[in-house]
Design a protein around this ligand. Sequence first.
Ligand code: NAG
Length: 728
Amino acid sequence: MPASSACFPFFLLLLQLLPLPEAWGAGTDPLRPFDLLYADGVRAYFSGDWPRAAELLQRSLHSHARLLGARRGCQRGCQDEARFGAGRAPPPGSWETGFFERVLLRAECLEECLGRQLGGQPSLHRASPEIQRDFQQREPYNYLQVAFFKLKRLDEAVSSAHTFFVANPQHLQMREDIEKYHRMAGVKAESFRDLEALPHWVAYEAGVHHYSQDDYQQAVVKLEESLREGLQALEDCRALCEGPQNEEEEKEEEAQLGLYEAIAAHYIQVLKCRQECILGIATKPGRVSSTEDFVPSHFDLLQFAYDKVGNHAAAAECAATYLLFFPSDEGMLGKLKRFQAEIGEEATVTARKAIRLYVQRSLLEKKLIYYAVEHLGESFNDPESWTPEEIIPESIKEKYKEDQEKQHVKTPDMGHQGQREPLPFEGITITMDSQQLNGSQRVVLDRVLTESECKDILRLAEAAGGTGDGYRGRRSPHTPHERFEGLTVLKALKLAEEGAVNWRDAKLLLQASEKSRKIVESYFTPGRDLHFSFTHLVCRTAAEGEQDGRMDLSHPVHADNCLLDPEGNTCWKEPPAYVYRDYSAILYLNDDFQGGNLFFTETDAVTVTAQVRPKCGRLVAFSSGGENPHGVWAVTRGRRCAIALWYTLSPEHAEQERAPAEELMRQKEKEQESSQPDDKGKAGPGYSDRDSPEPPVPKGRARSHSQRTRADLGSGVQSTRLRARDEF
Ligand SMILES: *[C@@H]1O[C@H](CO)[C@@H](O)[C@H](O)[C@H]1NC(C)=O
């Protein structure tokens, strides 16, 4: 077995788990190219030859693993400068011949090494980009699970299914298959294992889990392991960057270039590939976004954990190491001082050598890349946030800053703001702020609607529910025990136009949502425009006779703009979540029902930290991110109605329906003006200050809104259940 394959996890697992045909074991036999094995395997699969399909597909995975292992091993082996003329006098003449002598020797070393490892021509193992992508996305396991299932090799079928699903969590068919396997008799829990599990992710998630459970002893062990494995995986990834390029286009372009231009272009590609390796390492399989500052964040967690277990020397070392990335981080500088005091001023504290080298190497590479960006028209998306400003050329700093701001600065931190703008409406009270709600960026306000306004909107919900116009109560998408009705603003106005609902009630819905928007804007984003993202009048009605001992939730725990991830202890801001939603609010209309409380949870998404009882005129608003996981308890009797509101700071994601709805209302109002006066029973509800002749009166004193913040480990419940959802 080639030594280098030790770093390739699934190869080892396969060796342990699968019976290997004799031919595989012998290192010197020519390795059959994985793409040919794969093609044959897929062919066998489609002809229903399951034993052959299973064997060939496994062999293709094995061949692929060995190829990558060989490449990594050879690249590492041939790096050894000592073998290439160390101790020899530099050749006379230009530096060019000296440089290329080394290049040639290294190329020869690589060819020879790969030929030896693979037992044949290395060029035979160059597969098409499509097939490489299939392997990256674990597609062979998709076929394998079916083949194993047909062969009644259940354990292997389940582990193949699970391995595929980990990397493809959006795959609906596989999700169903996995659920079927879970229900199937004779399937063991241990079968659900990831055959290609990345050791550093397994350790990282375990470490973060222990950390969040305050088990710092175990956290230290696992985080150190994750760091070690992660850095190893990073080296493996970097080694493969030197591998053959497949981009046909790039090749063609390079062929047009002269020697030095072509070498420069190729070399910069390799450097960029190496720099981007961190993204792959910091990305959980199946996710598209990576964990930010993966390496430095280890040291942030570690310094804290070491301190907790009383190892101040290690805590100091980790703090110093963290500062390699962020040298002016004041919090960490303060901690380092404290740790230094603990261990005595005479003790020397140094950052870890491996990390110092890592940072140095990374900076050298970045400098070269930025040089090429500035002078050779290259582009570069720096994957790391710690890159010091001085190495970024002035010309691209501006753009870089803009991008960073777009990515990072989302909302002003209320905790530091002290004074808050007064609410733009009279009579509204702040009932609970973030602190009282045991979280951050949360608020409960009361008296946003009067009782009679609630009644009118409820009547609208009822009428709409009865129109049979696509809004007939259907079963709740989240629980079979409730009926669910929903109505959008535009739909409400259209129904009013058709005469199906009272025109004034529809207008009230529009006004109530606008009033809520103004309140949330002034409370959370003063000075910035908050746009509607989606508005939905929703009712949930408990179904009769199905309520005994209900334990289900009316709406499972979720966050509004990201996908909660329990194992990763984070919230992924990526589709299918509504990533552009920044604030969420619910305006309640009634309280004559049982159950149905809104609740927020701790970062684990199961520990309830705060509950809010709905009632008419109560507005609950909160930021839409992972800091606010929430759910709704089952409605066990009666009907719970509310206006669910989502807002965004980006105008390009503003609700499309809003403008036509408002236009429709303006038209109607014009009509009414020109015709006889409308049946204005009551005076207008006095919502929209825009319409009122008096400017809104500033009201009340601002309260302080201190926030509880903690190392944001995010939160989660079972990720398989988590999808962005549209109703509260
Ligand atoms: C906040 O936490 C405290 C202490 O656990 C609890 O008594 C209180 O009810 C919580 N607040 C809300 C709004 O649920």
